[in-house]
Design a protein around this ligand. Structure first.
Ligand code: ADP
Length: 221
C-alpha cells in the first residue's frame, strides 16, 4: 500500500468492522480489510483498496497482507479474545503507529491497555450510554462529552420558545452558555450582543455541566 495517504487496516469485518471499513473508504481513505471468513470479505471487496481472507492469529499472513504498511489499525474481532489480542500485538510488532482495538469486557480492556493499544473501544456500551443520555435529556439531539462532567450539547428549540431569543433564557441560572445556533446548514455564533430570535427548526449549541443542562432541558418541557 502506498504511504502517501493515511492508510487504515480493519481486521474483523463483522457488523462493526465492516461499517468502519466501508465508511473510511467512502471518506476517501486507503483501506485494507481482513477477515478469516470469505463471506465477510467478498461482499465488500470492491469497496476497499484491498480485501484479504486471513487468520488474524497468523503473523506472517498479516505481514503479507500489508498490515505493517498501515498508519492505523482497528482490531474489530469480537468473540475470539485470543485472535483479538494476538492481532493487536502483531500490529504493534509490525510497526503500525496507531492501534485501536474493540474490547469485550473490563478485563480485556485492561489487557489491551497493558499491551499498548493506542485506544480501547467498547462500541456497544459506548453507543448505549450515549443513547441513554440523549433519551434522558429532553430536546437533546446529540452531545460531545468534554470530561469533567461537562458537555457541548445540541438542543432543539421547543415550539413554545418561538418568538423569543437566546437572551430571554436564563442560561446563567443553569451555569450554561450558548455557543451559537445551528440554523439549517449554517452556524450562527452567539457573541453575547446579537439577540438571536429563534426560528422554527433552530438548534442551540450549549456548553455546560451535565446536571445544569439536564435541569435547563427539563424546565423547557
Ligand atoms: P460484530 O458484533 O461487529 O459483528 P463479531 O465478533 O461478530 O463482531 O465479528 C467479528 C469478525 O471477526 C467476524 O467477521 C469474524 O469472521 C472475524 N474473525 C473472527 N476471528 C477471526 C480471526 N482469527 N481472524 C480474522 N478474522 C476473524
Amino acid at each position: 500500500m502506498s504511504r502517501k495517504k493515511r492508510a487504515f487496516a480493519v481486521i474483523g469485518l463483522g457488523t462493526f468492522g465492516r461499517q468502519v471499513a466501508t465508511q473510511l473508504a467512502d471518506l476517501g481513505n486507503e483501506v485494507l480489510g481482513i477477515d478469516i471468513d470469505e463471506r465477510k470479505v467478498n461482499p465488500i471487496a470492491d469497496r476497499l483498496d484491498q480485501a484479504v481472507i486471513a487468520d488474524a492469529r497468523d503473523e506472517q499472513a498479516l505481514k503479507e497482507a500489508g498490515l505493517g504498511d498501515c498508519d492505523v489499525a482497528l482490531v474489530a474481532i469480537g468473540e475470539d479474545l485470543e485472535a483479538n489480542i494476538l492481532c493487536t500485538m502483531t500490529a504493534q510488532i509490525l510497526g503500525v503507529p496507531e492501534v485501536w482495538v474493540k474490547a469485550m469486557n473490563k478485563m480485556h480492556h485492561r489487557i489491551l491497555h497493558r499491551i499498548g493499544a493506542t485506544r480501547v473501544i467498547h462500541p456497544e456500551s459506548e453507543i448505549g450510554t450515549h443513547v441513554a443520555h440523549m433519551l434522558h435529556t429532553p430536546y437533546m439531539v446529540d452531545y460531545v462529552s468534554l470530561g469533567n462532567r461537562s458537555l457541548v450539547a445540541i438542543v432543539s428549540v421547543p415550539e413554545a420558545l418561538q418568538g423569543q431569543g437566546v437572551t430571554d433564557l436564563d442560561l446563567e441560572g443553569y451555569d450554561i452558555r450558548c455557543l451559537g445556533m445551528v440554523r439549517g446548514s449554517d452556524f450562527v455564533p452567539c457573541n453575547g450582543e446579537a439577540d438571536l430570535a429563534f426560528r422554527p427548526g433552530d438548534r442551540m449549541l450549549l456548553l455546560g455541566r451535565r446536571d445544569g443542562l439536564q435541569r435547563f432541558a427539563t424546565d423547557l418541557m
